[in-house]
Design a protein around this ligand. Structure first.
Ligand SMILES: O=C(O)c1ccc[n+]([C@@H]2O[C@H](COP(=O)([O-])O)[C@@H](O)[C@H]2O)c1
Ligand SMILES: Cc1cc2nc[nH]c2cc1C
Length: 356
């Protein structure tokens, strides 16, 4: 596809995302109020139940087909010494995902989810039967010196994530997705996205990532400032920002989120990097935000403010900061709980319990 065709495709995708079904939200609300509990007493589970109904059009949908999509990509900005780990961990962890040994594999098995691992731009030649190849380039450029990627590359990566998600939904019946990622250096790119597209200062957006100390965090703040000064991304054009200071796996996740929303699927958002992708997706297509469900609050310091800016509230607080989709997959358990409440709870009428 030419750049013009890719741009046109994004416009079409954005236009295809519909608001939630309001009648189904009302039906869910009525059902919740008929169940044997004081109104509203199941808190966020009730909110989730209404949102699930609005997304799918069903009060208690079958969400057995669920997947976590782990997008992997490398970051040229690692040259600046912004991570506690070397860049070669990205391809090494991809092989670990494919072997089933990473945290996300374990938690996905516990939540009945399938793991799809995608090479969006790992800086290595990887070959494995189960690896989905969506590589646009071998890692981004060092964004303190030039744009992380060309606009066309960012567009192609979004479309890659979109098409994968659409295919999984339409051809294989997946109805619930978790966003996952792996990319040494990607908390730096995410912090830059939050600074330009969110209303955060670099100092608020930059955290410790995989575990740097405060002195290195200060240096990371300076790296984010230099990347923004070098590229002057246009905050009114989220695709420009994504291309200049984002990442290939982040672009892939933007596509996953848009693909889920366009196909009326739930998309459960993981930690800081996934939420940065969610911010980009909501900046491109505001209607997509209604399909997002926040999972956990990451320890990465910018995450709380980022979630607030997207309008997401985390279901769980477990002091995690791993990424991979681990928090999002745990979130599946709470969505299952909300659906089960809708399906199995007795009503005041059926149980013969008096209303207040
Ligand atoms: O999801 C999070 O909130 C999160 C917070 C800190 C680190 N990570 C993971 O750690 C890697 C990025 O950290 P860093 O320090 O290399 O920028 C990347 O692979 C992420 O999946 C993830
Ligand atoms: C080992 C390791 C596993 C990860 N998973 C996601 N990010 C990660 C970063 C490191 C360093």
């Amino acid at each position: 596809m030419s750049q013009q065709e890719l741009e046109q495709r994004i416009i079409e995708i954005t236009a295809s995302i519909s608001p939630l079904f309001s009648e189904s939200i009302e039906a869910a609300e009525q059902r919740l109020n008929s169940l044997t509990k004081p109104p509203g007493s199941l808190g966020k589970l009730e909110e989730i139940a209404r949102q699930v109904a609005g997304i799918t059009g069903e009060i208690a949908p079958d969400l057995a087909k669920r997947a976590v999509i782990v997008m992997a990509g490398d970051h040229g900005v690692c040259e600046e010494g912004i991570s506690a780990f070397p860049a070669e961990v990205t391809p090494q962890m991809v092989m670990n995902f494919l072997a089933g040994g990473a945290a996300v594999n374990v938690l996905a098995r516990g939540a009945g989810a399938d793991v799809f691992c995608v090479d969006m731009g790992v800086n290595a030649d990887l070959a494995h039967d189960s690896l989905i190849n969506c590589k646009t380039r071998k890692g981004t450029a060092n964004m303190t010196r030039e744009a992380a990627m060309a606009r066309e590359e960012a567009l192609a990566a979004i479309i890659g994530g979109y098409e994968l998600t659409e295919k999984l939904s339409r051809e294989q019946g997946y109805r619930m997705f978790a966003t996952g990622e792996m990319g040494i250096g990607n908390t730096t790119a995410s912090a830059a996205l939050c600074t330009v597209l969110g209303s955060m200062t670099p100092d608020e957006a930059v955290g410790l990532g995989t575990g740097i100390n405060e002195e290195r965090r200060k240096h990371k703040v300076d790296v984010v400032c230099r990347a923004i000064a070098c590229n002057t991304p246009d905050a009114r054009d989220p695709l420009d920002v994504l291309a200049k200071v984002g990442g290939l796996e982040i672009a892939g996740l933007v596509g996953v989120i848009l693909g889920a929303a366009a196909n009326r699927c739930l998309v459960v958002i993981d930690g800081f990097i996934s939420s940065a992708a969610a911010l980009v997706a909501a900046s491109i297509a505001p209607e997509a935000a209604a399909y997002m469900i926040g999972s956990h609050l990451s320890q990465e310091q910018g995450h709380r403010k980022l979630m607030e800016q997207i309008g997401l509230s985390p279901m769980i607080h477990l002091d995690m900061r791993l990424g991979e989709g681990t928090g999002a997959v745990l979130g599946f358990h709470f969505i299952d709980a909300a659906v089960r409440i809708m399906r199995e709870m007795a009503t005041f009428e059926s149980a013969g319990v008096s209303r207040g």
